[in-house]
Design a protein around this ligand. Sequence first.
Ligand code: GRF
Length: 196
Amino acid sequence: MNKIKTAILISGRGSNMSALIEAAKELDYPAEISLVISNKKDAAGIDVAKNEGIDTKIIEHKNFNSREEFDQALDQAIEEGGCQAVCLAGFMRLLSKEFTEKWSGQAINIHPSLLPEFKGATAVKDAFEAGAKKSGCTVHHLVHEMDAGKIIAQAEVDILQNDQLEDVAAKILIQEHKIYPEALKILCNQLNNAKK
Ligand code: GRF
């Protein structure tokens, strides 16, 4: 079993990152989480990754003059880590065309809605306030357009009449932690098969 070296990009608590780290501990899981990068120095997920013995890097976007320069630093760190797959997990930055095109087919993102519905940073709230009866989460390939790209995995949750926004968010997060490891597995199996 060839484990694909994988970088995870985060900006915050990193609960999806943790789900991926746990999944990758299985001997027959086709990814190894070898690098976690945050664009925020106080991201809680960084300490979690460090405690797991994973290499971490803080690359703060505010220290760069342009999106392109920041993305080049990200790209360099991912390359230096020998990674072939990239998972965005609560990474709150749009990535440049150069980055998304270079990592096309090797980079994936998780989003808390049933894409293509409710793109953007406030997706859970937007679905809730729109009175949707269902919401969910989606893992998709990274493309330059935000929250677009071929869908790899999706899970639905019901929004019940008495649900508060926090209830819906919690239900969606539980599903995220299931489908993200499944989607990374699918991606890495594909990458391994492409090498044969
Ligand atoms: C998740 O809801 C994810 O779908 C979205 O940002 C949130 C990140 O949560 N992109 P966490 O940092 O993985 O806990």
